[in-house]
Ligand binder design. Structure first.
Ligand SMILES: [Zn+2]
Ligand SMILES: [Zn+2]
Length: 294
């Protein structure tokens, strides 16, 4: 289905069928792809013209910035969904799993197959996920080795977009609601105020999720850690330094990869080979880990 897109996703397997499997996934995904454009249209037509004259330079720049952020967020959302993050159990057979260096590998009881370190079985996706971080309800798929870059960009662009929208929506809220505080509460609400309060509430949910995700994930990403590894008592160390940790997510062209999801940037590791992991930060280990990523 997505074979023509292969050049944008080097050495990545693309999903043949993208479908949302659970009711929560469907609900969250639809909220994002249907409600967000409605909020944008409302802001373009009702809110922003109150502060910048439509057809003027500032209005045009503001709208273009918002559209660019929206397109980028949605393209990253789609990239997240079409990249296949599952473990290729057939490929594992070529790795020679009997080797001593593969002692960190595990056996997935559900798939009844060998799974690489840091992979985890997802009950919603019904498969083992390579370097699994978590199952994302908005994308309806797991975030893992191949699509972490797109997820990170989705979150960051969503946070920027929701912040700009919140700036205008809050400003408009103050304008609309100021007479209310000198009048009778609630009974004074007009249709415009109710509509705007609804949009503001949706905007608030969007900003809480996106900015909250940044606070949760940014320290983990910089430490080279996955969400579920944070609470492990006896954990291995995958921290190769901030630059290399970011490179393992954004790929070899990380300096431009964050700009747009279709800028191809091959990942340095394959997500299977974690045999150089150790529990300490010895110079030798760090050097080897970095050379593997080079
Ligand atoms: Zn499994
Ligand atoms: Zn999943």
């Amino acid at each position: 289905m997505f074979t023509s897109l292969n050049r944008f996703f080097p050495r990545m397997k693309l999903r043949r069928n993208v479908k949302l499997t659970t009711k929560t996934d469907i609900f969250c995904h639809l909220v994002l792809v249907i409600v967000l454009p409605i909020v944008l249209l409302y802001d373009f037509i009702v809110v922003i013209p109150q502060y910048h004259s439509p057809g003027g330079y500032v209005y045009a720049v503001t709208v273009i910035c918002i559209i660019l952020l929206y397109v980028n967020a949605m393209t990253n959302l789609m990239a997240c969904m079409i990249v296949d993050t599952s473990v290729d159990h057939e490929r594992i057979k070529d790795f020679g799993a009997e080797d001593d260096e593969y002692t960190n590998w595990q056996h997935c009881e559900i798939c009844d197959a060998l799974a690489p370190p840091r992979s985890f079985h997802c009950s919603q996706c019904r498969t083992c996920i390579l370097t699994r971080d978590h199952h994302c309800f908005f994308t309806g798929c797991c975030i893992g080795h191949q699509n972490f870059r797109y997820f990170t960009c989705l979150v960051v662009y969503s946070a920027l977009l929701s912040s700009i929208l919140m700036f205008y929506n809050l400003k408009h809220f103050c304008l609309l609601m100021s007479p209310l505080f000198s009048a009778v509460f609630l009974s004074a609400l007009t249709l415009n105020q109710i509509l705007h309060n609804t949009v503001l509430s949706l905007n608030l949910i969007y900003i809480i999720f996106s900015v909250g995700m940044i606070f949760v994930h940014a320290p983990l990403v910089l430490r080279g850690e996955l969400s579920w590894e944070r609470d492990l008592k006896d954990k291995h160390n995958y921290d190769a330094g901030i630059y290399y940790n970011l490179r393992s997510i954004f790929g070899q062209h990380m300096h431009i990869a964050w700009l747009f999801p279709l800028f191809a940037s091959q990942l340095p590791g394959d997500g299977y080979n974690w045999k150089l992991i150790t529990k300490d930060k010895s110079t030798e280990t760090m050097a080897t880990l970095r050379s593997r990523q080079a």
